[in-house]
Design a protein around this ligand. Structure first.
Ligand code: GLU
Length: 484
């Protein structure tokens, strides 16, 4: 075995930190992957280092361009920018194969001519003896194979002793070398295996810290054997526990194992909320729950990543989202809500509509937990009279005290401008003159103006709709046939 230095952290050596996110583009950027990307990004930014993106597209049958686009789109949405060009693993296959050759030449790898039948027989024998199956190839110490016969190249992995990884999250983890086998580096068709490609790329990209899901911990021992065989610098490993569902089971679709695009488009989350939530999922800084990006960069470290799996909690994410919605600029929220509003009202919004949507955010954002709610609650602004009344609103119209809507309409029509003061006065004086509490008038008035039983405050609704639109809706609602 090649000599090696014990794993060291770069905090100690002072070398520049280089991390990477290495997704396989076989599906969307799921929430666990996004957290891995975030942790790597934060670690690099905290140390003033580099964060690189490598697309592991060597599985040609399962990798798709759509998945690559989804990954890049998701990272951009979360503002996880990476340094330098994106590395595409498949394009480096020649380099990976060259390293396998180098290992052959160094005597650290060998050509193995075991056939499928021989391997199957070994597997059966292991099963019969109730032993774990490990490939022990007779070709490990032979060099007399016929090059023209199909064969693979295997690593000559250490067989005795043990190997310990000082993982930054898991602590020291030791495995007996006898448990590892001589895994394949190059397949018989000459293509490199995943295990080889990852190690070569991490080395060539100068990766100092490998931060990833703990489902890769087992791979790390094999990868380390390869790194040592090449005499390369060992990265610091940090294997982060996977995210579990609220019930403790492995994260499934039902729990929220969706693409980040679904968190944006279907569930209406803001990237600030998703980032904050993912950061807290498995990492903590005292009691801090709301953490800005600058704080996250200043505070992030692997030391505070927990060892037990974190549970995904939609309620918490929603509460954070509500917070970020309330904190956001109105124009930012309006831009996000716009496509959904356009889709649901069935037309493009004009500049004036967008200005209205922006103004409405002030009254809409205190009530909403998601951007879906924000957009849906803004729809009434863009509908045309006669409105489609929700059942409850229709009932409120039917229950309105006689003549009250006609009275308030007359008062509103009589005001000169459309100032907040005049609007409020017209509504309040109508209810006082009728001897009714404001609520008795506000409910049917809201129903008449919005078609809904829930909306922002009634004075805000009148102000946002403007004079003509408000009066048109009220006139249409007077004629609302009783009993419909
Ligand atoms: N491509 C692997 C994955 O998507 C990650 C490999 C790694 O981080 O080393 O699970």
């Amino acid at each position: 075995m090649a000599s090696h230095n014990p794993t060291q952290s770069d905090e100690a050596t002072g070398a520049q930190v280089v991390t990477r996110f290495a997704p396989s583009p076989t599906g969307f950027l799921h929430i666990g992957g996004a957290r891995t990307a975030l942790f790597n990004w934060l670690f690099a930014r905290h140390h003033g280092g580099k964060f690189l993106l490598r697309i592991e597209d060597t599985d040609r049958a399962r990798s798709t361009d759509a998945a690559i686009d989804a990954i890049i789109d998701g990272m951009q949405w979360l503002s996880l920018d990476w340094d330098g060009d994106t590395v595409y693993q498949f394009s480096r296959a020649d380099r990976h194969a060259a390293v396998a050759q180098e290992l052959l030449e160094k005597g650290e790898a060998y050509r193995c001519y075991l056939t499928q039948d021989e391997l199957a027989a070994m597997r059966t024998e292991a099963q019969e003896k109730r032993l774990p199956f490990r490939v022990r190839s007779p070709w490990r110490d032979r060099t007399d194979g016929d090059l023209s016969v199909p064969h693979v190249i295997r690593l000559k992995a250490p067989q005795d002793g043990e190997v310990t990884i000082s993982d930054k999250v898991q602590g020291d983890v030791t495995v007996q070398n006898a448990e590892l086998d001589d895994f394949i580096l190059l397949r018989s068709d000459g293509t490199p295996t995943y295990m080889l490609s990852v190690v070569v790329d991490d080395n060539d990209m100068g990766i100092t810290h490998v931060i990833r899901g703990d489902d890769h911990l087992n791979n790390a021992f094999r990868q380390l054997a390869l790194i040592r065989a090449m005499g390369w610098r060992e990265p610091t490993y940090a294997h982060v526990p996977l995210i579990h569902g609220a019930d403790g089971a492995k994260l499934s679709k039902r729990h929220g194992a969706l693409g980040v695009d679904a968190y944006r488009d279907e569930l209406g989350f803001l990237p600030e909320a998703v980032n904050n939530y993912l950061l807290r999922l498995g990492w903590g800084h005292g009691d801090a729950e709301i953490i800005s990006r600058d704080e996250a960069i200043a505070w992030f470290g692997i030391d505070n990543v927990g060892r037990s799996p974190s549970r995904f909690d939609f309620k918490k994410l929603e509460n954070l989202n509500g917070h970020y919605i309330r904190e956001s600029e109105n124009s930012y929220l309006a831009d996000i809500a716009k496509p959904r509003v356009e889709k649901l009202v069935g037309r493009a919004l004009s500049d004036a509509d967008l200005a209205l949507l922006t103004a409405a955010m002030e009254s809409l954002k205190p009530r909403a937990k998601t951007m879906i709610e924000v957009a849906d609650s803004a729809l009434f602004l863009f509908e045309t009279a006669p409105l489609n009344f929700e059942e409850k609103a229709a009932q409120q119209l039917r229950d309105a005290p006689d003549g009250i809507l006609a009275a308030v309409t007359a008062k509103l029509r009589a005001i000169d401008g459309w100032s907040a003061e005049d609007i409020e006065h017209a509504v309040r004086s109508t209810s006082e003159e009728a001897g009714l509490g404001l609520g008795k008038l506000a409910q049917p008035l809201r129903a008449a103006l919005t078609g809904r039983s829930v909306s922002p405050g009634i004075f805000d609704v009148l102000a946002l709709l403007g004079r003509d639109n408000s009066l048109a809706r009220l006139d249409a609602a007077h004629n609302y046939p009783a009993g419909t």
